[in-house]
Design a protein around this ligand. Structure first.
Ligand SMILES: Cc1cc2nc3c(=O)[nH]c(=O)nc-3n(C[C@H](O)[C@H](O)[C@H](O)COP(=O)(O)OP(=O)(O)OC[C@H]3O[C@@H](n4cnc5c(N)ncnc54)[C@H](O)[C@@H]3O)c2cc1C
Length: 751
């Protein structure tokens, strides 16, 4: 695979939109927050080098050993000085860390969560509160860092649930903000700003509808309005526009040219993810990642393009939906795969995917290559989460939306759909459009606020297609007054627990396609099709490092630095038991009520054990999980992958026995994650059991369709993009037929 001179390409900077003011906390509360942040990611010093009570002082021996082990990893003439700067870096003196953490708390944490944190910070700002929470009347920011570290760690297992919740919330925010903004972590990891492989290429040049300033609502007419430009919406846009209908796709987020990719982590999460990439379930046990940009999740996803498996299709058909076992569905699956050039023959596995594939083979586990949507070409860049600069990933913006544009579809970015509008026709409610707010880019094509035009817009349409994704589509229906108790329920998240195997040699896991292998061995653990697949994760540091447990500042920094020798595992669970989404009572944002059931957690345990075995047989020296109560497995010095006992090794077996004793795990003690959301507007054979009918039309409401992953009857069990697109393909073709013959042109009438 040819390599790129990484110094030859600097992506265009993407300005962050203005954050809300951080005045929800007092100065003292912020002081306390940053004092805690410094305890989580402290400046490490020896007595001799320490100049401040804010430093974490360790013994000379500990410090020197940390510098030596870091310098060995980093290598090169500057290794010692990089290692020292990394150890001595604290977070509160980094203004970018401060503004990042402030933005997360102001923009991305809901009111209830912020109030909970605020309450604890206030208590710590008073002598009485300090006494209760820390056992000392000295305010925590005046305490030495070791004291703060101990107090903070104690909250993790506190008997008081609010303290445990604040621990989980704050540690997640601090870890993530640090990895995203640390000036030294990149050099320590050897993680280049842009991928080493893959040549930057210009993408499709989209044009977006612009409106002049004005006080009155702008009224736009079209045949079909599609709300959301992601995997479902883009396919519908193509089919309906190619059938000659006037199509307008509205997207609440914005489009970015490929020369802005990959974004820096901070830019990427804020600009391209729902809620800045910081959505947590109400119990904070689950981090949920969903794309929100032009192309939706398809712009930030990892190219895995698996078709729906037979047993899942049968399960769905058995709920009264024979379409899923029909030839029609297969044709739709094949059609969307053809358009994206899905293939396995151009796949080159990187180090971490080779570990999974070869390790699985050595253990006799069934494992396969995962096909990729790469237009039958190579795609070895690895930074997909932050946008694909090479254009090799043929997601919605490279394919379906571009086709829709060529067929005359119109597009609006920055349009937040607020409500679907209905008209009564012969006593029936018929969808007739959507109301929302459009916010232009500023005069510099950024989002900073200067010269921004904001308008109320009413889009009148004959058909309304909601493709806002599993988190937002049900909320839009609720806001629109659609009555059906199933809306928002049946949330499936494919919960994953993470694993990290550390090797002696460098793996540079961010190089190469993120997710090209899957272990299927454990996909049917209950005989009913519920179980777990093992895959790898995109190894962008800000995705991988923060989900692992923090035990103390020094250990955490050393663990993070190991990423250059690490490979990842995720346990993608086709879960049985769902949760729900609902609107936040204060600001309407998406809230997630979901705790992985004991039934499903038991399956995760099996997959985490299998991942550890794969790591072991591949020669890993350590295996870490995102479960705080399972200490990492450390391989005994004497054992090698060639040792005759293989995974029967006594040390490994005793670690496995310990994990099994903890089964079914306590959801509070781990951080689980979801990149796949499904099912909140599920398709059903009757309105009692779901939200949309087998044509994706909302039960009882003519002209209103939902076309995205929210219509899945349950978890797809495979990465859902292709299943979602195939349903969208079929539903939108049917809709095009219902709407009648080919129309001339595609000109929107502005009234
Ligand atoms: C990091 C990551 C990696 C992934 N990797 C893979 C993978 O490798 N393979 C795979 O199969 N799947 C993967 N997925 C999942 C896949 O991308 C999603 O399942 C898919 O994008 C969901 O499609 P959708 O149509 O339901 O919604 P989305 O693609 O999420 O699109 C919904 C769009 O609607 C917009 N929207 C929401 N509300 C409104 C509103 N009120 N008004 C206007 N617009 C609105 C959103 O901004 C968003 O852009 C990944 C997802 C993520 C986040």
């Amino acid at each position: 695979m040819p390599t790129l001179d990484v110094s030859a390409y600097t992506p265009q900077e993407v300005p962050l939109p203005p954050a809300k003011p951080a005045n929800f906390f007092t100065e003292l509360q912020w002081k306390t927050f940053f004092a805690l942040a410094d305890a989580v990611v402290p400046a490490i010093h020896t007595k001799a080098t320490s100049k401040s009570s804010n430093d974490r002082v360790v013994s000379d021996a500990e410090y020197n050993s940390a510098v030596v082990s870091l310098a060995t990893l980093i290598s090169g003439p500057d290794a010692n000085s990089i290692a020292t700067r990394y150890l001595q870096e604290n977070v509160s003196s980094n203004p970018v860390f401060r503004s990042t953490a402030e933005r997360i708390l102001s923009d991305h944490v809901h009111d209830e969560g912020r109030n909970g944190v605020g309450l604890i910070l206030s208590a710590l700002g008073s002598r009485a509160g300090s006494l209760v929470l820390t056992g000392s009347t000295t305010l925590i920011h005046d305490q030495p860092i070791e004291f703060r570290e101990r107090i903070f760690r104690g909250w993790d297992t506190s008997r008081l649930p609010p303290l445990r919740a604040v621990y989980r919330g704050l540690s997640a925010i601090i870890k993530k903000s640090w990895v995203m903004t640390s000036p030294t972590i990149g050099p320590v990891l050897g993680f280049p700003r842009v991928p080493v492989h893959g040549k930057p290429t210009a993408g499709f040049d989209y044009e977006f509808v612009q409106l002049p300033p004005g006080d009155q609502p702008e009224i736009i007419e079209t045949d079909v309005v599609i709300i959301g430009s992601g995997c479902g919406g883009s396919v519908a846009a193509k089919n309906l526009a190619e059938a000659g209908h006037r199509v307008l796709v509205v997207e609440k987020s914005y489009s970015y040219p490929s020369n802005a990719f990959p974004m820096s982590p901070n830019e990427g999460f804020v600009n391209m993810f729902e809620n800045g990439g910081a959505i947590f379930s109400d119990d904070s046990s689950m981090a949920v990642l969903a794309g929100s940009t032009w192309g939706g999740g398809g712009t930030v996803n990892w190219s895995a393009s698996l078709q729906t498996q037979g047993y899942v299709r049968q399960q769905w058909a058995d709920t009264g939906l024979p379409f899923f076992t029909s030839w029609d569905f297969q044709r739709s699956l094949d059609r969307v795969c053809d358009r994206m050039g899905v293939n396995s023959d151009k796949v080159e596995h990187n180090a971490q995917n080779n570990v999974i594939l070869n390790g699985a083979r050595k253990l006799g586990y069934s494992a396969n290559t995962v096909p990729q949507n790469t237009g039958h070409g190579e795609h070895y860049c690895g930074y997909c989460t932050l946008g694909c600069s090479s254009g090799a990933k043929k997601g919605p913006t490279q394919t379906f939306l571009a086709d829709a544009a060529s067929a005359g579809a119109k597009f609006m970015e920055g349009f937040q759909a607020d409500k679907v509008i209905f008209t009564k026709v012969k006593g029936k409610q018929v969808a007739s459009g959507v109301k929302g707010t459009w916010r232009s880019r500023d005069s510099y094509l950024g989002l900073t606020g200067a010269g921004v035009v904001e308008r109320k817009v009413i889009i009148k349409a004959k058909k309304v297609v909601v493709s806002a994704g599993t988190l937002q589509s049900p909320l839009l229906l609720m806001r629109s007054g659609v009555k059906n108790s199933q809306i928002g329920r049946n949330l499936h998240l494919h919960p994953v627990m993470g694993g990290g195997a550390v090797f002696d040699e460098e793996t540079r896991p961010w190089e190469g396609s993120a997710l090209t292998t899957v272990v299927n061995e454990f996909e049917n653990l209950d005989g009913q099709g519920h179980g777990v697949k093992i895959e790898a994760v995109s190894m962008v540091p800000s995705v991988f490092i923060p989900v692992f447990p923090w035990r103390n500042g020094l250990e955490y920094k050393l663990w993070a630095a190991n990423m250059r020798r690490t490979t990842s595992f995720i346990t993608l669970t086709k879960e049985r038991d769902p949760g729900r989404v609902y609107p936040d009572p204060v600001d309407g944002r998406c809230r997630i009520d979901y705790t992985i059931s004991a039934f499903d957690r038991k399956h995760i345990v099996e997959a985490i054990i299998a991942s550890a075995k794969i790591a072991y047989i591949s020669g890993a020296k350590e295996f870490h999980t995102t479960y705080r109560d399972v200490p990492p497995f450390i391989r005994p010095q004497a054992s090698t992958p060639e040792s005759p006992e293989g995974t029967n090794d006594a040390a490994l077996q005793s670690w496995i026995a310990e994990v099994r004793r903890k089964s079914p795990l306590n959801p509070e003690r781990g951080l689980f994650a979801s990149a796949h959301q499904m099912g909140t507007c599920r398709m059903s054979k009757s309105p009692k059991s779901g939200v949309v009918d087998p044509n994706c039309q909302v039960w009882g409401l003519e002209g209103l369709y939902v076309v995205d992953a929210s219509v899945f009857p349950s978890a797809s069990g495979v990465n859902p993009m292709v299943t979602n697109m195939a349903i969208a393909d079929w539903a939108s073709r049917n809709l095009a037929r219902v709407m009648g013959g080919h129309k001339e042109g595609n000109v929107m009438a502005r009234l």
